[in-house]
Design a protein around this ligand. Structure first.
Ligand code: PHE
Length: 480
């Protein structure tokens, strides 16, 4: 493909919006609030911010610059730079390829809730109501239902991809992102005005260093394990939330114009991502503190991991709060918009990798990608179903197929890719390679000294520790 024929964003704003739209997703609205509640509220926020401003920002800058330099998607781009490093492109694309099918299945679950809240009369209280505990388990164990909704969510994502970078993805983001932002503010405002919400707000926003102290034999002492746990959780969340180490920022950077400022764009993207995560916490944590489901405290209710928080606890909390149906419906519409823009970014990365590698048209690569997704959706949708006689619901390492892939992508492949990226850029290409790309067309890179130090030393050392810890804890060798 000739370089001049590559599509591009209409400008820096289009790029920032698209990258923020990829970053803002289930990670912000679901994972962030529960991790914050679980790891002590304000103190987790503090650790998260420190990581965001250092390692997160430098890695994001690196990925965008690599994409813009090569003007290629990762699958092709890394090998073009240094032949023996083409495996890194494969690794990046593999992360998106593993995450996308289950992200689409979860997108289908959200769509189901949007339908349920839009069409079910408020008076219904039996298992047909989403706030009933049986609703979610009935739904995910029904193979045809979960496949149908995943299929609809897939079709929505594919539509924007077929329409292209400027006309599809950019236009979608220009509508959905501001809508998402205002809805989030409105819901958070409604929740924070509820009586007793203040306790949750305090827990969420005020850092309390005592969270790092544990009591043994009546004396309290600093717990290094607790600090490590918090850093590992914050780091994993940062990678997932910023869509790092999966080729997305490389792909989106490859559509960026040379005159646009990469350093500034990075700060804008991080700002948007973080502000939405913080607002999400303000929707969820104070609500659960003020109206905890029976038999649970607020902290227990929010720090429950997995689908339970979004699909079981929150509908119950909203019902207990006697929130108008409009509020709960808006909440799920907002989650749907966030998930859609993230799934589009993953699909775009994969289709653009196929397109660059095979030199096919956008339509042809989208078709091949769709076949892959539709096939992979089946085991992910059916792994919770009893009807499939245990074939798809077999557990590996104690995890269902969907959770296993989540573990593989987030705890193994993603840190592995991030570590390899630091070695590649810090030691093989050398930081100056990236600095030069950032400084093209008269732009300056203010943090270039810090950049070199981070990419060569700080980031790889931190990431290596995370990688080892995640694998050991996933295999249940250590408890973290
Ligand atoms: N960053 C997205 C979120 O916070 C998740 C995501 C993961 C998006 C992988 C694209 C790729 O939910």
């Amino acid at each position: 493909m000739k370089k001049s024929s590559r599509e591009s964003w209409s400008g820096q704003l289009g790029f920032i919006l698209a990258s923020a739209a990829s970053a803002i997703g289930l990670g912000n609205l679901w994972r962030f609030p529960y991790l914050t509640a679980k790891y002590g509220g304000g103190i987790f926020l503090l650790v998260y911010f420190l990581l965001l401003l250092t390692i997160g920002a430098m890695l994001m800058t690196t990925e965008i610059a690599l994409g813009r330099k090569t003007r290629l998607s990762p699958l092709h781009g890394f090998g073009k730079l240094v032949k023996s490093w083409s495996f890194l492109g494969i690794l990046f694309v593999a992360v998106s390829a593993v995450i996308l099918p289950y992200y689409i299945v979860i997108g289908g679950w959200i769509l189901k809730y949007v339908f349920a809240y839009a069409f079910i009369p408020q008076e219904i209280t039996d298992a047909a109501h989403p706030a009933n505990t049986a609703f979610f388990s009935n739904f995910i164990s029904n193979p045809s239902q979960s496949l149908l909704f995943a299929g609809m969510f897939f079709a929505m994502s594919a539509l924007f991809i077929v329409m292209g970078v400027k006309n599809g993805i950019e236009k979608m983001n220009k509508i959905l992102m501001p809508a998402l932002f205002f809805l989030a503010i409105a819901i958070a405002g409604y929740v924070c005005m509820q009586p007793n919400a203040i306790e949750g707000i305090k827990y969420y926003l005020v850092p309390d260093l005592n969270k790092f102290y544990v009591e043994t034999n009546g004396t309290s002492h600093f717990s290094f394990t607790m600090l490590c746990k918090t850093i590992v959780a914050a780091m994993g969340q940062m990678f997932f939330s910023l869509s790092l180490a999966m080729g997305i920022m490389v792909t989106y950077g490859s559509y960026m114009k040379k005159s646009d400022n990469i350093e500034n764009s990075t700060w804008h993207i991080e700002f948007c991502d973080t502000i939405v995560a913080i607002i999400a916490g303000l929707m969820i944590i104070p609500a659960a503190f003020a109206f905890p489901p029976a038999g649970q405290t607020g902290i227990e209710a929010v720090s429950q991991a997995g689908p339970g928080l979004l699909f079981e606890t929150l509908p119950r909390v909203f019902t207990q709060m006697q929130a108008p149906k409009m509020i709960t419906l808006s909440f799920f519409v907002l989650v749907l918009a966030a998930a859609l823009t993230s799934s589009v970014s993953m699909m775009e990365t994969l289709q653009s990798s196929i397109k660059d590698k095979m030199k096919w048209s956008r339509k042809k690569s989208v078709t091949i990608l769709s076949v892959y997704i539709l096939i992979m959706m089946i085991p992910h949708s059916l792994c919770y179903s009893n009807a499939c006689k245990g074939f798809f619901s077999k557990k590996i390492l104690g995890m269902e197929f969907l959770s296993l892939n989540d573990f593989l992508a987030n705890s193994v492949l993603m840190p592995l890719g991030a570590f390899a990226l630091c070695i590649f850029v810090g030691w093989i290409l050398k930081p100056n390679f990236i600095i030069r790309e950032i400084e093209t067309k008269g732009n300056t890179f203010k943090l270039k000294k810090f950049y070199s130090l981070t990419i060569k030393w700080i980031a790889p050392i931190f990431i290596a520790i995370i990688l080892v810890t995640c694998i050991l804890s996933g295999l249940k060798i250590i408890d973290i």
